[in-house]
Design a protein around this ligand. Structure first.
Ligand code: AMP
Length: 293
């Protein structure tokens, strides 16, 4: 009986979701609720689609600001890529619409908010929590790379937390769909791999580097190459000046994994499917991919 009920609920949810995918939208299709946050180009609101009652996050971007910052092309690419991805650890983009002044993105709602706030609150995560998050992101990135999508901007600010406590990659603003090696400089300094700092060609292994930085930041509370001056961060990245402070205490298995990801030669970084077999992940990550505290 319980199973039947659960299946029915799932069917209902998936039919609501597919209803969300198909339609052409206008603002009047939604009841707008509280503001969830503010981004660089506009606001994000909780919203309910009137027909299906489906709860979503509606991101409202001002065209004038997009034009001023010359990011229309980037936004088009973000929408094109994110709307085609279906993975439990990637925030769904159900659709978009626009009026004269604004562009609206209909996004999956992540009720538990931003990961970087959690990290700020906790200062650093336990090994179990870090390993669970890293494994779930590795699975999401394996999925992306299988579709020739490189994220290129994995960092705490781009991760949201779903209803079950699962991580959701939320921002595809710097991602590319590619079969070629790329040279563009993008992403945030602390998380940039040496080949992007030096503007030489890069490929999907940039995401392995960023996941290594993220793993370090989860465990130590700060990214590994942080420095007061940008130029020092650059130098530390290029030299892979990786140090593990004595506190907080972190297992040697975790340090071994990080060292295998933060490798200057991108072809020598631990492949993501091997990461999932690493002893630290196997021993610490929740198989469900959900950290329950
Ligand atoms: P952004 O413009 O993407 O940086 O979003 C601004 C803020 O809105 C974020 O920092 C989050 O706090 C919140 N937010 C954005 N998208 C969502 C979402 N899908 N679910 C819940 N909160 C969100």
């Amino acid at each position: 009986m319980a199973i039947a009920t659960e299946t029915q609920t799932q069917d209902k949810n998936s039919s609501e979701v597919s209803a969300l995918e198909k339609r052409r939208w206008i603002l009047n299709d939604f009841d707008i609720g509280k503001a969830l946050g503010r981004g660089k180009f506009g606001h994000v609101y909780l919203a309910r689609e009137k027909k299906s009652n489906h709860i979503v996050a509606l991101k409202v971007l001002f065209k004038s600001q997009l034009q001023q910052s010359q990011v229309e092309h980037q936004l088009r690419r973000e929408v094109e890529i994110q709307s085609h991805l279906r993975h439990p650890n990637i925030l769904r983009l159900y659709g978009y619409f626009y009026d004269q002044k604004r562009v609206y993105l209909i996004l999956e709602y992540a009720p538990k908010g931003e990961l970087y706030k959690e990290l700020q609150k906790c200062k650093y995560f336990s090994e179990r929590r870090a390993a669970t998050y890293v494994a779930s992101l590795a699975r999401a990135l394996i999925y992306c790379h299988g579709k020739h999508v490189i994220h290129r901007d994995i960092k705490p600010e781009n991760l949201l937390i779903g209803a079950q406590g699962e991580l959701k990659i939320a921002d595809f603003g710097w991602s590319v769909h590619t079969f070629n090696r790329r040279r563009t400089m993008c992403g945030t300094l602390d998380y940039l791999p040496p080949e992007m700092v030096e503007s030489v060609e890069h490929d999907a292994s940039v995401d392995i580097w960023s996941l290594g930085i993220l793993c370090y930041e989860f465990l130590y509370g700060v990214p590994p190459f942080e420095a007061k001056e940008h130029s020092d961060t650059y130098r530390r990245i290029i030299q892979v000046d990786l140090k593990f402070p004595p506190k907080p205490i972190v297992s040697s298995a975790a340090k071994d994994l990080i060292s295998q990801m933060l490798v200057k030669d991108s072809s020598q970084r631990l492949p993501l499917h091997k990461l999932l077999e690493h002893a630290w992940i196997v021993q610490n990550a929740e198989p469900s991919g959900v950290y329950r505290g």
